[in-house]
Design a protein around this ligand. Structure first.
Ligand code: GLU
Length: 365
């Protein structure tokens, strides 16, 4: 199964972590050379490759020799310097391998704004059609800390989902998700919450390292979007070409059969969540099992202020079950929660829509 999923992948997003690219604030150009050589081979096999690269912040830090604490603007300025060096290296080294590159820089606002999010996908597809390798990073010259996506695992997952990729490969400096009890790399994960979350907790307490939590979050995003994900050690020579030949390396996270595509995937993972709607079990069954829209009659509680058109999370008995774009503001919904459609029509002379969230705008989780 593992081999089939990986070999069949056509559109592949490759995310490269800072630890592979930057050492002592210096760019490890040999890594980019190896990556370019592997992409040449993958393209010869008909694969389409997109790179999501870290390293801008790490490279820019070279200018901060005195290691003083920087304010946000200084950090952003250093990221701008680092990004330009990083891209120069990709451009130059890929050109030596007859590959043309294009830079795309993305911010959190671009992911949350549906129009920009769709634009990202369109540009990506155009570049791929022209046989150009897109090189993507977060635009850290603009966004650092609170306003940022923050980690490129999540960015790569959102890009994979929007570009309708088949496979996301997170190249890192560890061999995969490790089961420390048996000291073994887990080869396949089919249910992240059951099988993997526990291991991340173990990893953090026993070794004191982070990083795997954002990778699992990335797996959740892509697997729900019908895309497979691999975590593999980028230090291993030929890792990408070996992987795509079906050689057993790293950990594979399998895609879910019932997946969220396009707009629903954006509602589930891209859009900024502005509030919560709590519903009763009857409404949950209607929405989750019978594919119905959410009506006000099943709403029990409205949390936080939101406006019409915002994305909100749906909860039933304390558990998040879906996200959706709401047709009511929080104050309108507060006035009609628990009411039947006929009562709402009477009170508001038909000015409020029948559905609180239309089923086309509901992403079940
Ligand atoms: N965007 C950051 C950079 O280029 C990397 C974020 C991450 O390490 O995940 O330095």
């Amino acid at each position: 199964m593992r081999e089939n999923i990986i070999k069949a992948a056509k559109r592949v997003i490759i995310k490269v972590g800072t630890s592979l690219l930057v050492k002592d604030n210096k760019l490890q150009t040999y890594f980019i050379t190896h990556l370019a050589q592997q992409i040449v081979q993958l393209r010869a096999q008909g694969k389409e490759c997109v790179v999501v690269t870290s390293g801008a912040v790490g490279l820019g830090a070279e200018l901060n020799q005195k290691r003083k604490t920087l304010n946000r603007t200084e950090q952003q300025a250093l990221a701008a310097i680092g990004q330009s060096r990083l891209m120069q290296a990709y451009d130059h080294i890929f050109a030596q391998n007859d590959l043309m590159t294009a830079q795309m820089l993305v911010t959190r606002d671009d992911i949350q704004n549906r129009h920009n999010y769709v634009s990202i996908a369109n540009t990506l597809k155009q570049l791929i059609n022209w046989n150009i390798t897109p090189i993507i990073n977060e635009n850290n010259a603009i966004s650092i800390e609170a306003t940022a996506i923050g980690d490129n695992d999540t960015l790569a997952a959102l890009i994979a989902s929007q570009a309708q990729a088949d496979l996301l490969v997170l190249l890192t400096s560890v061999d995969g998700l490790i089961d420390y009890k048996n000291n073994q790399v887990i080869e396949v994960v089919t249910n992240i919450d059951k099988e993997a979350s526990e291991l991340v907790r173990q990893e953090k307490t026993s070794l004191g390292t982070g990083g795997m939590a954002t990778k699992l979050q990335a797996a959740r995003i892509v697997n729900e979007s019908g895309i497979a994900m691999l975590i593999a050690n980028g230090k291993q020579p030929h890792v990408m070409t070996d992987l795509l030949q079906g050689i057993n390396i790293g950990t594979l996270f399998c895609p879910r059969k019932k997946s969220l595509y396009g707009k629903k995937s954006w509602i589930a993972f891209g859009a900024d969540c502005k509030g919560e709607i709590h519903i009763d079990r009857g409404a949950q069954a209607a929405v989750c099992q019978r594919g119905k829209s959410l009506l006000a009659s099943g709403v029990t509680q409205v949390v936080q202020n939101f406006s019409r058109g915002d994305t909100v999370a749906l909860f039933c008995e304390g558990q998040m079950i879906a996200r959706g774009i709401v047709h009511y503001s929080s104050s309108e919904l507060e006035q009609v929660r628990g009411c039947q459609v006929s009562q709402i029509d009477e009170r508001f002379s038909g000015e409020l829509p029948a559905e609180v969230i239309h089923r086309d705008n509901l992403a079940l989780l």
